[in-house]
Design a protein around this ligand. Structure first.
Ligand code: NAI
Length: 338
């Protein structure tokens, strides 16, 4: 759609324009789980972002070392380490954006839902601290299972009386990053131009790349569509298996999370036409949460865009994914409320 294409062009241009366009470059950002595989690489990328003046690194251990290390890079952003639950609220105070990659990653043979038992409580507790220390911050949730941890965060903010549906995001950007890469490779396109919207959620079959909406417009055979769709859905598992027990995607995830964080901050700064696909509270389907393209602005998710026209193949997946996604949403909500 037109807005999708505008978003690609805006994104391409904005990288170079960001310094000149944006009036505020004083954003305070916290990374929770900052000493982990994603957290460290992500913190490095955020330290290099001129929109951020104050970066807080929180984890249960090792943040003093990571912060000392990062603090020697000669970028304008100040970096501070916070360690242990006693320092969590100090880390969060005054933050505009909180990015959460805290929790355990998958090992071979595990689904994202297998992480629920550990990560659900971690996300709940971290979000509870956010409701006290930075109730108006945008929250980017990376911790899996994202399909459930976003409903968990939502219920925590509702209970605390400071819920704003525009401010809580499940980070699905890696699915878009992967789709763009795989499609550019398969079709010989310029990687900088490709934009494939990915909708639904962030686990297995709930990840639905809309190849029919690929920009620039391109034709796929049904065999190509099947192979690309299944590869994108299983791309996380591809990395988990290649790492053979050493964890899941960290570098590509940090790259994707840095892109999402930057989009959120550009939206906050008032830059127009900032769009990302992300998993948010949504009226686009009958499900209370769903990932589609979202317009980011001064209040967070200013507009949740509809799915648009999809192929019969995509409609088939959509019907299937809704069943799984509904279960994951209900599981997350029940975790906080029961
Ligand atoms: P990791 O194990 O390398 O790092 C996790 C960090 O979280 C550790 O430093 C740990 O100390 C910290 N942590 C644990 N409990 C904490 C708490 N209560 N407060 C603060 N920090 C806490 O794991 P990795 O590889 O960085 O993955 C993190 C999460 O990101 C996992 O849940 C993984 O499934 C998820 N993930 C999500 C993706 C997405 O597309 N949304 C893609 C890849 C991973």
């Amino acid at each position: 759609d037109a807005r999708g294409r505008a978003s690609v062009r805006a994104r391409a241009g904005a990288r170079s324009r960001a310094n000149a366009l944006v009036t505020t470059s004083e954003y305070k950002v916290a990374v929770l789980g900052a000493a982990g595989g994603i957290g460290q690489s992500l913190s490095l990328l955020l330290k290099m972002n001129p929109l951020i003046s104050d970066l807080r690194l929180y984890d249960l251990a090792n943040t003093p070392g990571v912060a000392a290390d990062l603090s020697h890079t000669n970028t304008g952003c100040k970096v501070t380490g916070f360690m242990g639950a006693d320092q969590l609220e100090d880390a969060l105070k005054g933050c505009d954006l909180v990015v959460i990659p805290a929790g355990v990653p998958r090992k071979p043979g595990m689904t994202r839902d297998d992480l629920f038992a550990i990560n659900a409580g971690i996300v709940r507790d971290l979000c509870q601290a956010c409701t006290k220390a930075c109730p108006n911050a945008l929250i980017n949730i990376i911790s899996n299972p994202v399909n459930s941890t976003v409903p968990i965060a939502t219920e925590v903010f509702k209970k605390a009386g400071c819920y704003d549906a525009r401010k809580i995001f499940g980070v699905t950007t890696l699915d878009i990053v992967r789709s763009n890469t795989f499609v550019a490779e398969a079709k010989g396109l310029d990687i900088n131009d490709v934009d494939v919207p990915v909708i639904g959620g962030h686990a297995g079959i709930t990840i639905l790349p809309l190849l029919s909406q690929t920009y620039p417009k391109c034709e796929f055979t049904s065999d190509e569509i099947e192979k690309l769709t299944v590869r994108i859905q299983n791309a996380g598992t591809e990395v988990v298996e290649a790492k053979a027990g050493a964890g899941s995607a960290t570098l590509s995830m940090a790259y994707a999370a840095a892109r999402m964080a930057e989009a959120c901050l550009r939206g906050l700064s008032g830059e127009p036409d900032v769009y990302e696909c992300t998993y948010v509270a949504s009226n686009v389907t009958e499900l209370p949460f769903f990932a589609t393209k979202v317009r980011l602005g001064p209040n967070g998710a200013e507009e949740v865009l509809p799915i648009g026209d999809i192929s019969a193949y995509e409609a088939d997946w959509l019907a299937k994914l809704k069943v799984e996604l509904t279960g994951s949403i209900e599981k997350g909500m029940a975790f906080v409320n029961n």
